[in-house]
Design a protein. Sequence first.
Length: 62
Amino acid sequence: MGTIGYALQVIGLVTLPVAMFLELGGIMGRSINLSQMVVALVFGVCAFQCGRLLEGYANRQS
């Protein structure tokens, strides 16, 4: 469970910079708008928090 939590934290930390690079670079032929950036931000924060909770729970069980 700790590995899943760690993976969720990494996904949460990587999501927003990837979204920003997609916006700035216009990669994939289109840019994303502000609402999609906010969705990416919320997803990243939620993924990080869920990962932190899972990792903390796994460390407490050991």
